[in-house]
Design a protein around this ligand. Structure first.
Ligand code: HEC
Length: 149
């Protein structure tokens, strides 16, 4: 029974995202879809970072594949930046919709940093790759600091 209820709770979380965060973030369907998209791109992102940190063996072909997968996955959450009902936007700040042009620029800078990472991966130059991945990371943080609660 215990196992069963844990399983039910887990499916409930997956379906509703109602317990995706300890601080009870309220999400409508758009926020839920973005949240899932951002969460889904994390495993490949982490693998790329580990590979370039020297914690995991770097291999040119494997790394290039990860970058390509990550590039595709990273598009996904940005197809769900629409407002939900008031108070249901998750951690997305109102600035996103108040100045959508600035937000679009922030997004473009993020995808430009991924394109540069792709080029670096093709060159297979460790220094270039490391600095490119730092730039991607900077873009994550820059957007979060402005647009995420
Ligand atoms: C252009 C803006 C932007 C960029 C770039 C961006 N994020 Fe986010 N991210 C957001 C916003 C806004 C949310 C909150 C979405 C919501 O709750 O509806 C978010 C949510 C997340 C979440 C879900 C968990 C949480 O704390 O809300 C993760 C994980 C995440 N981002 C990781 C990343 C990583 C890693 C990168 C870079 C590789 C990145 N993001 C790049 C805007 C961005």
């Amino acid at each position: 029974m215990k196992l069963l209820s844990a399983f039910c709770l887990l499916s409930f979380c997956l379906i509703t995202s109602a317990c995706s965060s300890a601080d009870e973030v309220k999400r409508g369907p758009h926020s839920q879809a973005r949240h899932q998209g951002f969460t889904a791109m994390m495993p490949n992102y982490t693998k790329m970072v580990q590979m370039t940190n020297g914690n995991d063996g770097y291999q040119k072909a494997e790394f290039a594949k990860l970058v390509a997968q990550f590039e595709a996955e990273a598009q996904q959450p940005f197809t769900h930046f629409e407002q939900d009902e008031p108070g249901m936007d998750g951690k997305a700040k109102a600035e996103i919709w108040q100045n959508s042009e600035a937000f679009a620029q922030q997004q473009a800078a993020f995808f430009a940093s991924i394109a540069a990472l792709k080029t670096a991966a093709a060159h297979s130059n460790q220094d270039e790759i490391r600095s490119a991945i730092k730039q991607v990371d900077k873009q994550c943080m820059s957007c979060h600091s402005t647009y995420r609660d």
